[in-house]
Design a protein around this ligand. Structure first.
Ligand code: BEZ
Length: 214
């Protein structure tokens, strides 16, 4: 992994991180679970504060989906602790997930500081599966807070796609054409293509869909 930014399909790098919950080894700390590592530019900044609040609101739902959260910025652990205290005192919300106090090492490894976007970490999201494989990477700029319902939707969609070996249409489960139906992976030979048309509802042999298995 040395010198190369991890990408979708790569194993999440093995790193030890200092967090508000003590030192953790990643990805081992979340073995058998999905986890979302997300970076923010800096503590005590307005958009980031709304993001922490939004993520915490959905934390119980993420946990029900066997998914853990871990934040990150290049701030000291004392700053994270003070900021979390501030959020508790002023917004009546306890931030329960750990936050990494990065010295810059993890940010460099994961490609979280983008040369054209200043010296802070961008708003990145790494979605990692229970085997430690990176399944999705999102980047948002400093001026745009993330949509946490979409991140929740991605976890739900990944879990269904993996369990039922299907692909998920746009905006699933509210797709404009298919509703909550899912896409059967395209056939890879002529015989299978013909069979698809008999077995499923299809727009064509390469766009077949079905209801979710119970
Ligand atoms: C914010 O979270 O509000 C923010 C952080 C860094 C740069 C700009 C905005």
């Amino acid at each position: 992994m040395e010198g190369k930014m991890p990408l979708i399909g790569d194993e999440f790098p093995h790193i030890e991180v200092q967090t508000t919950h003590g030192w953790l080894k990643l990805p081992e700390a979340f073995k058998g679970k999905w986890f979302i590592l997300f970076s923010h530019p800096a503590d005590f900044t307005p958009v980031c504060t709304t993001e922490f609040y939004a993520f915490q609101q959905r934390y119980p739902e993420f946990r029900e989906l066997n998914t853990e959260l871990i934040g990150l910025s290049v701030d000291q652990v004392f700053s994270h602790i003070k900021w979390i205290d501030w959020i508790r005192d002023n917004m009546d919300t306890e931030i329960e997930f750990p936050v990494i106090a990065d010295t810059g090492k993890v940010s460099k490894l994961l490609g979280l500081i983008h040369p054209g976007a200043g010296s802070h970490t961008v708003r990145a999201v790494f979605i990692v599966d229970p085997k430690g494989t990176i399944r999705a990477i999102l980047y948002y700029p400093a001026e745009l807070g993330r949509n946490f319902d979409e991140i929740l939707r991605m976890i739900k969609a990944f879990q269904v796609a993996d369990a039922q070996k299907v692909a998920m249409p746009a905006n699933w489960p509210n797709n404009e054409l298919l509703g909550d139906r899912v896409i059967v992976p395209p056939a890879t030979d002529v015989k299978a293509a013909a069979k698809r048309l008999e077995e499923y509802e299809c727009y064509d042999w390469w766009l077949c869909h079905k209801a979710l298995d119970e």
